[in-house]
Design a protein around this ligand. Structure first.
Ligand code: SPV
Ligand code: MN
Length: 625
């Protein structure tokens, strides 16, 4: 018995003590002992992978009223505080030693100062509470992709969410070498109000200490700030990937089903609330992951796994027309945690669900009634825009059978997509890996959304949709991506998508379903079965191919007029975009690779040449000669 185990023993049950002793790593014992000491937990619950332990966690989430039971079997609801409805960028900071800067675009704080602050906030935060210890396998267990994670939390809701969203890892920890690396998360929900929601939002902190592979999170319950293996450990994984030569990405993974029964895998990076989950959920296709992917070069082929095994998805606009498969799951019995929806008579309601909402009920603001206003006089919506559901992927009919393949799946294509009202066409293919990584990935621009706290609709650069999570110098991340593809025998094709293009009047040029035609076009491109038009910003689809796909996949007539509107190259908007991207990298990213600026210059040159010949707004037909 080591000193840490000894110190922990009084707070553990006998079985708990045995479970912890079965893990050889002193570092594991040390982390738990120090966490318990700092937070002053009354008891410690060690959650193994057993059905019994997992059922206990859910039961406690309900017993403590962090979750409440809904009418359908398996359904529960959790409410986060009014100021805790999304990821909090301001409260999230990287701890950096004196004299080091990751990038001026990232939120950083001196490590010593930050540690003192966050530990001060965590001190005694678990007094009178149980600290739950969860062991997780990020990625399939016993695979080259596996990364181990350990979280101590005082929130049963957080521990329960982890069960739906991640693969259990107690057995992996038990069998691991004593000095195997693992990512650590210490979380406390802090003081709770009568609705069992974190109440001290001004003292919310999410601090990333990469030097110690540890994340501290306090005074928050919103899963993006508290579920350690979502965006918290992701930030540490990005550093690990950088050291070891693989990629950790904010990407969904899906199997696209093509002619003759073939299946082709794609990964897609989109900022939060820009269509990532709904793309992976397209009817007739299979979903392997919706948020975080680890990608490795295995035998000179890009292979990917889903780090997670469940979905923490945005529920707004999930309705029987736009997202039929997930709508069915959300309205059938089965284990689901809803968060921040409206509840009336045990039934969950959300914005855009395709049916009428009740005029009153319970929501994140407490008792809700139509016309209710908040402290600033703004109307409180019935459900929050960022209301979500947590469900295991295996509960879905369209879950891809390769989910747990320890070798991952071979990626044939990747896509980048942001909320870009003005510049990029709905879908295009890059000229090569390098062009795609830079013009679509590094240059990804998007409007801020409700998934982060703050103003919506502000246009910003969100490099590879990873800007909120990047934990290495930004230029290094561009280089890592460029290098990764260069080494492959056959790099995945790179596509840029934009589901949010608008016309001059501000009207969207596409319906949400149209993305299915873009995805099917990509699949055909991978197999050399669709043509393309070379434009200054990338290869565009041909009208004939899209028209057939709209007909076959969506039973829709696709007019040439719509095609031209959507695929017109808007030269002034594209030139302005290049200026913004260039400025961002010049001002914020001192280690930007020269290739990025060269690539932007080439794109500018192509646009100016085209403008010379065809004018400011160029129909795709003009390029076909
Ligand atoms: C996102 O906002 O990108 C999400 C949800 O996937 S979370 O990061 O958990 O807030
Ligand atoms: Mn995400």
């Amino acid at each position: 018995m080591n000193g840490y185990l000894e110190a922990l023993q009084p707070k553990l049950s006998e079985i708990g003590y045995q479970k912890l002793s079965a893990i050889a790593s002193t570092k594991v014992h040390e982390f738990i002992a120090k966490a318990s000491d700092l937070c002053n937990a009354e008891k410690i619950f060690i959650c193994s992978d057993s059905a019994e332990d997992i059922a206990y966690v859910r039961q406690q989430a309900i017993a403590t009223a962090e979750e409440k039971i809904l009418a359908l079997p398996g359904h529960t609801i959790h409410f986060d505080g009014v100021y805790d409805q999304g990821r909090d960028r301001e409260a999230t900071k990287y701890l950096v030693p004196k004299g080091i800067s990751l990038s001026s675009a990232l939120n950083q704080i001196d490590r010593q100062e930050g540690l003192a602050e966050v530990k001060g906030l965590l001190r005694d935060s678990m007094e009178g509470r149980t600290m739950i210890v969860r062991f997780i396998s990020l990625g399939p267990p016993n695979s080259i992709f596996t990364v181990l994670g350990l979280q101590c939390t005082d929130s049963w809701y957080v521990a329960h969410s982890e069960d739906l969203l991640y693969r259990p890892g107690y057995e992996v920890f038990r069998q691991a070498e004593p000095n195997r690396e693992f990512l650590r998360v210490l979380h406390s929900a802090g003081k709770l109000n009568k609705n069992m929601a974190s109440m001290e939002h001004k003292k919310k902190r999410i601090y990333i200490d990469h030097m110690d592979n540890t994340i501290y999170s306090v005074n928050t319950q919103y899963a993006g700030n508290s579920v350690g293996f979502k965006k918290l450990a992701f930030r540490l994984a990005i550093r690990k990937a950088d050291r070891e030569g693989w990629l950790a990405e904010h990407m969904m993974i899906m199997g696209v089903h093509g002619p003759g029964g073939r299946k082709t895998y794609f990964a897609g990076a989109f900022p939060s609330a820009c269509g990532k989950t709904s793309t992976a959920m397209l009817p007739g296709e299979t979903i392997l992951g919706d948020d975080i992917a680890y990608i490795r070069d295995i035998g000179l082929v890009a292979r990917a796994v889903n780090v997670e095994s469940g979905i923490f998805g945005i529920i707004q606009d999930v309705n029987p027309i736009d997202d039929a498969s997930i709508y069915k799951v959300l309205t059938s019995p089965g284990e689901i945690i809803f968060s921040n929806v409206l509840v009336k008579d045990g039934k969950p309601y959300w914005l855009g669900m395709g049916s009428e909402l009740p005029k009153d009920g319970i929501n994140f603001s407490g008792e809700w009634y139509e016309g209710k206003t908040d402290a600033d006089g703004n109307e409180v919506p019935p459900a929050h825009k960022n209301a979500r559901y947590a469900v295991a992927l295996k509960a879905l009919e369209n879950c891809d059978p390769e989910l747990d393949n320890p070798m991952g799946v071979e990626l044939s294509g990747i896509m980048y997509g942001g909320r870009d009202a003005k510049a990029y066409v709905p879908v295009q293919q890059s000229f090569d890996w390098k062009h795609g990584i830079i013009a679509y990935g590094a240059a990804l621009e998007t409007e801020t959304t409700f998934a982060t706290i703050g103003k919506e609709g502000v246009l910003e650069i969100n490099m590879m949709s990873i800007q909120d999570f990047i934990s290495i110098p930004l230029g290094q991340n561009v280089c890592n991506n460029l290098e990764f593809g260069k080494k492959l025998k056959k790099a995945p094709l790179v596509f840029g998508v934009n589901y949010f293009l608008r016309d001059k009047e501000g009207k969207f040029l596409n319906s949400p379903q149209d993305k299915h035609a873009w995805i099917k076009w990509m699949e055909l491109r991978v197999h050399g079965e669709a043509g393309a038009i070379r434009s200054p910003t990338g290869y565009l689809p041909k009208y004939e191919d899209l028209s057939k796909l709209f007909n076959r996949i969506l039973s829709k007539d696709y007019t040439k007029e719509d095609y031209i509107k959507q695929f017109t190259i808007r030269v002034p908007e594209n030139l302005a975009k290049i200026e913004r991207v260039q400025r961002f990298y010049q001002e914020n990213v001192s280690d930007t690779p020269a290739e990025l600026f060269e690539m932007l210059d080439q794109q500018r040159k192509r646009l100016l040449e085209a403008k010379e010949r065809f004018g400011d707004y160029i129909s795709p037909d003009s390029f076909e000669w």
